[in-house]
Write a protein that binds this ligand. Sequence first.
Ligand code: AMP
Length: 374
Amino acid sequence: MSQLPNLEDLGDISGKRVLVRTDFNVPLDNGIIRDDLRIREAIPTLKYLVDNGAEVTTCTHLGRPKGKFEEKYSLDPVRVRLNEILPGIKLLDNLRFNPGEESNDPRFIEQLVSGQDIYVNDAFGASHRNHASITGPPQLLPSAAGRLLQNEVEILLQIRNKPKRPFVAILGGSKVSDKLGVIDALIQVVDKLLIGGGMCFTFLKAQGQQIGSSLLEEGQIDYCKELLASGAPIVLPHDFTAMDSDGKIGDPAAGGIVRQMGNNIPDGWTGLDIGPGSAAVFGDIIQESKTVLWNGPMGVFEDTRFSAGTKHVAQSMAENKASFTVIGGGDSAAAAKEFKFNTEIDHVSTGGGASLELIEKGTLPGIDALLSNH
Ligand code: AMP
């Protein structure tokens, strides 16, 4: 990829009006921000612009409003927090209150850039979307990547293109079908691919194992079979923490039996975490690696009965100081934070979907827009 235009490439910005696309899609509980990381991460870019005399307006989406105002997606709490950290920055309304954002409507793009001189994209977590605020403004205004976008792209492309070896990737989460593209891309570059979470059961089924009532994507069994037969360096769990049909996820008080199981999970039982043996094997492989990329929990970590595998992966990454460790956003970033290992990880990406797509394709629509209009 040629060089992304950065803030310095904009030259003298004194007195210029700059529109910054940020990703302030923060987790909210009844209007209270649970984690303001995404706001804090955008500050270096905003501060550079303000310090160099620009008049800054930011814009972001929050949640999934359907093209019209919805009180619960109001940006007021974000506006208050932003003003506490860095006063004097204007923040437009939630972009997704306008249907033109997701439909990439040229009229909405015109509206966004009207009165602006320069556009900066610092919304890594939204740069895999071909939405108006991401791919529109670079066609009309001099544009650059902000610090956060630039940093994410450099780090993720570095491990994609020139990883220190051994390079291990760990994938989890619920669905194989969500990760087909990234599995295909990773298999070309990793030394080992460890698969846990709900998605491992379709692979185990493809191997002919019994998986009881564990998550299964029938439609992906053939894909998994082919991949395993190709000799791809995939490591699957060999033991599990499972629950019987009387139990309820997220509700230990409901009863049911939870126990460790070996290779085969009988009918009536559901595998909800990798077992301690598999966690130890995964941990050993992580300890021996020089580059580690992790996306997706190893089990239903939101329920503490099924969080041990995810915690062990996070801890092994945190303890491997000789390795460059990266968490690809989303649930795994939330898990690492919950277990307090996040500060020991070299890079925790702010974008789940975006980081996987960047690893898969080597670029994103938001990056292409900055490059092709440069
Ligand atoms: P994803 O949205 O694909 O990143 O998957 C994250 C979700 O997968 C989390 O909410 C986990 O609770 C869930 N998950 C992980 N392991 C399992 C499993 N063995 N069975 C069901 N769900 C799982």
